[in-house]
Design a protein around this ligand. Sequence first.
Ligand SMILES: *[C@@H]1O[C@H](CO)[C@@H](O)[C@H](O)[C@H]1NC(C)=O
Ligand SMILES: *[C@@H]1O[C@H](CO)[C@@H](O)[C@H](O)[C@H]1NC(C)=O
Length: 322
Amino acid sequence: MTYASREEKEEYEKEKKFEWSNANVLHVSIANVFFSLLCAGLLSLSKDVDKFKFVFKISRKTFNYICSLVKEHMTAKTANFMFSNGNPMSINDQVAIALRRLSSGDSLIAVADSFGTNHSTVSQVTWRFVEAMEEKGIHHLQWPSTEQEMAVVKSKFEKIRGLPNCCGAIDTTHITMLLSSSEMASNVWLDREKNRSMILQAIVDSEMRFRDVVTGWPGKMNDFDVLQRSTLFKLCEKGERLNGNKIRLSEGTELSEYIVGDLGFPLLPWLVTPYQGKDLSDPKAEFNKRHFATRMVAQRAMARLKENVEDYSRSDVETRQE
Ligand SMILES: *[C@@H]1O[C@H](CO)[C@@H](O)[C@H](O)[C@H]1NC(C)=O
Ligand SMILES: *[C@@H]1O[C@H](CO)[C@@H](O)[C@H](O)[C@H]1NC(C)=O
């Protein structure tokens, strides 16, 4: 590796250190970007071998849509990016560079060379894109904001198997990652099944819509650890979420809002888990059946998402091997 100047070398090394210490941050960002795209139904993978798809693995229509999503955010900041030959970089150029960097795992230098720019520009453009996507991603994921909207969610949950006042189903899944060889050496991502994976925790509504998502925690963490670190947990504990209408049960007791989750989660005032143990009484066994049927929406939503993610990784591998 040769550098034009000492400054350039220093900057490159700074960037490398930054990249290394921020490996987690980068993974969280990638996860969020992909997740946003998946939720928006944008990451469908066509098998067509159109050149554009080959490079970016998305259709031109999707590419244009992504550009329109991030345009406002990316032009709001003042820096004007340029190619090495002095030509200005359009938003489309910047998105193309960022997507290449995020999806190929190629080094900053390799991406910079292939686009005719330098590594520091690639790095800045990529982070700006990630920021813009995260801002837009939130737009696709929204906790029901009004009592009326929540009432619709609750009534649809109740229709599944009769659980009243249920607002969501929580589940956690592991997304296996493709890592560079330096990251393979680290055990941070090793999960219980000895795969390298990242955790995705999601709360899904009665129609399999994602309402709250946490991504990017290493696969070795358990479900409760991830939950405790989430904003949702903090809001619920402060009484600022799942604090809507209570319902009066026949015995005169009140039932506040809650979500349902499996035994990987703790039983909390706002998180209802199944009864544990063998030889449960009939009402308890019946409750568990209903609970299971209700939380299936989350498992199905996760399975659907995972298929997409894994399709994505596979296509990435195939592309790289060619
Ligand atoms: C990278 O390219 C940009 C635009 O051409 C230039 O302003 C910047 O100084 C370059 N940085 C390095 C480290 O070469
Ligand atoms: C983990 O790896 C094993 C084989 O090594 C595989 O059978 C299993 O499906 C993997 N788990 C996940 C969650 O990908």
